[in-house]
Ligand binder design. Structure first.
Ligand code: CTP
Ligand code: MG
Length: 559
């Protein structure tokens, strides 16, 4: 590490040191992750949801005594877990061992009196801690957990220090993946939102889906939520007891109209009464209507949907694929990172490839290996037991939930080989005539003329990548071809040729993240500038390897 730090600004050294310690801390997380491996997706989600219901989010002064804080809260009950983080201010997440502690804590809190304004008298589980003397500068600062991903510059340096491409990809996953704390915070935010929606629908549950739960989430990704009104996990329709509750239900013109009206009132409620919820937008005309807002205390961008059970099932499917072989997650994190750095994906919605599309493409690629690394969706369906049976709006979403029933074939390909082959596979894929189908694990004839056709795993008449236009697909294909070509170069793959007297230069996967590869392909210049010829970009890259590592990295921004 010392050799690696030489020649770097003190600020960069400090940032790197903090990234390295965050990654080390995450190695500890692996134990928790491994312990969950034998549980089903549903059991893991339920456990996290139940923990969130026993938790509170507390806004803290910048300096305070952790001991005094915990002593005070312990008066209301036993604390199971707690951690601190800083977002727009310092916050603590505290999980009690029983829900009664929350009631006791709330009893002792006051609705604040605000000068010249009036407060909405809603006692939420987002509390504020203030006590006399707590701002004193003599107080120690508690250890704040990092909730943002490291910058791409830090990642490049970290990876360049590794000894093999396989180590680089493993390290990348460790640096970017959601921490246990971040996942807890996500579940807590859903639970806090559930308290608000509960004003209309007391039995509702707000559940996270998408990258929060599918094991491919990167620190900083959005929180996709589903308002669950009728029990997503209810195994069967409740049998009548002979007594039925008669009431006059309101009706709407269609499922969609009902979803829109429910989201409209919940959106208004979140906007007017939701503590910390700002910038609420109702996007009710989208294919999947949603309410988008920022939850300021956590810093999360949230998308709340309703009546979206299929999306929860596809999150379970991706989670299952991610658990079957560690190479799946390493490859998905690498491809997503590579795509983001080169503006193949974007945080703005548009005609570009999304992370979900990329993940399905990696799954398909791994089904195509010889022997296959991942089973097809039809094989996962065939292994399902009676309790796994799941039909949503006429779509058969049945998949096996017990991972131990799945037998994998022996494939020992290294990550380096898989990465290289991924780029070759999609650099040469016949996108003009073939579609990607992970249910069959085979290319199929494209049913329509859209640029990229990836069959939705469960809603089989839908195309996951309908939004992608020909230009964006072409950019992806070209970049795959270049990256495949680069990975054949000795200068790129050989770490020792990237050593200088002062530091280690970007090599291997880190070299694929260098901006010189895609000069002229930034979001702003997408429409105006044509791609530079591949040969000149590759020459730039090889030249940049000769520049001092620190200088090259300093030019990069954060993802
Ligand atoms: N989804 C889908 N079809 C799409 C887009 C999204 O079924 N065309 C579902 C997937 O289950 C996806 C979820 O909606 O995981 C959330 O979508 P999105 O936020 O776009 O993707 P994430 O997987 O959450 O990835 P990211 O980290 O970019 O948020
Ligand atoms: Mg998402």
């Amino acid at each position: 590490c010392r050799l690696f730090y030489l020649g770097l600004e003190p600020q960069t050294q400090r940032r790197l040191a903090s990234t390295i310690s965050a990654i080390k801390a995450q190695t500890g997380n692996k134990t928790a992750r491994a312990a969950k491996e034998d549980k089903t997706f549903q059991a893991i989600q339920e456990e996290r949801r139940e923990q969130a219901e026993r938790s509170v989010l507390i806004s803290c002064p910048p300096r305070f005594s952790e001991k005094k804080f915990l002593d005070y809260l312990s008066k209301h009950g036993t604390i199971n877990k707690h951690f601190f983080y800083s977002s727009y201010g310092a916050y603590a997440v505290v999980e009690f061992s029983s829900k009664e502690s929350i009631a006791s804590l709330k009893e002792n809190t006051n609705i604040p009196a605000v000068e010249h304004e009036a407060a909405v008298p809603f006692k939420s589980r987002l509390l504020s801690l203030k006590w006399p003397g707590s701002q004193s500068n003599n107080q120690p600062v508690p250890n704040f957990q990092e909730q943002s991903p490291p910058s791409i510059g830090d990642i490049t340096q970290l990876l360049s220090e590794k000894d093999s491409v396989d180590e680089q990809l493993q390290c990348l996953t460790g640096a970017l993946q959601l921490t246990e704390e971040n996942i807890s915070l996500r579940f807590l935010v859903c639970s806090l939102l559930g308290d608000i929606a509960g004003a209309y629908f007391p039995e509702c549950i707000i559940r996270p889906f998408g990258s929060t739960v599918n094991s491919f989430g990167k620190l900083g990704c959005d929180v996709d939520m589903i308002l669950d009104l009728d029990g997503i996990y209810a195994t069967s329709q409740k049998k009548g007891s002979g007594l039925s509750l008669e009431y006059q239900v309101k009706r709407g013109a269609s499922e969609r109209a009902v979803t829109q009206s429910i989201l409209s009132v919940i959106g208004k409620c979140v906007d007017q009464f939701g503590p910390g919820c700002v910038g609420v937008q109702k996007i009710l005309q989208a294919r999947c209507p949603l309410v988008r807002f920022s939850h300021q205390p956590s810093g999360f961008q949230c998308d709340l949907t309703a009546n979206n059970r299929v999306a929860m099932k596809s999150s379970e499917l991706l989670f299952l694929y991610g658990q079957l072989d560690p190479r799946v997650r390493h490859l998905v994190f690498s491809v997503r990172c590579w795509a983001r750095v080169h503006n193949i994906t974007s945080s703005i919605p548009g005609a570009w490839i999304t992370n979900f599309t990329l993940t399905v493409m990696v799954v398909f690629f791994l089904q195509q290996r010889n022997p296959p690394i991942l089973p097809t969706l039809d094989q996962l369906k065939d292994l399902a037991g009676p309790s796994d049976k799941c039909v949503i709006e006429g779509n058969d979403c049945t998949i096996v939930s017990d991972l131990s029933k799945i037998t994998l074939q022996k494939n020992t390909d290294t990550l380096e080989k898989l990465l290289q082959e991924f780029f070759e596979f999609y650099g040469n894929f016949p996108f003009n005539k073939a579609s990607i189908n992970i249910r069959k694990g085979k290319e199929q004839t494209k049913p329509e003329t859209t640029a990229l056709y990836i069959q939705n795993p469960f809603e089989t008449t839908l195309n996951v990548s309908k939004n992608v236009n020909a230009t964006q697909l072409e950019r992806f294909v070209k970049l795959c071809q270049e990256s495949a070509w680069l990975l054949q170069k000795r200068e790129i793959l050989n770490r020792s040729s990237s050593q200088s007297a002062e530091s280690v230069l970007p090599w291997g996967f880190a070299a694929l993240l260098l901006p010189s590869v895609t000069s002229g392909t930034g979001v702003k210049s997408r429409r105006k500038r044509k791609l530079e010829p591949a040969s000149s970009r590759i020459k730039n890259l090889l030249d940049s390897l000769k520049i001092k590592g620190g200088e090259t990295v300093a030019k990069k921004g954060s993802t």
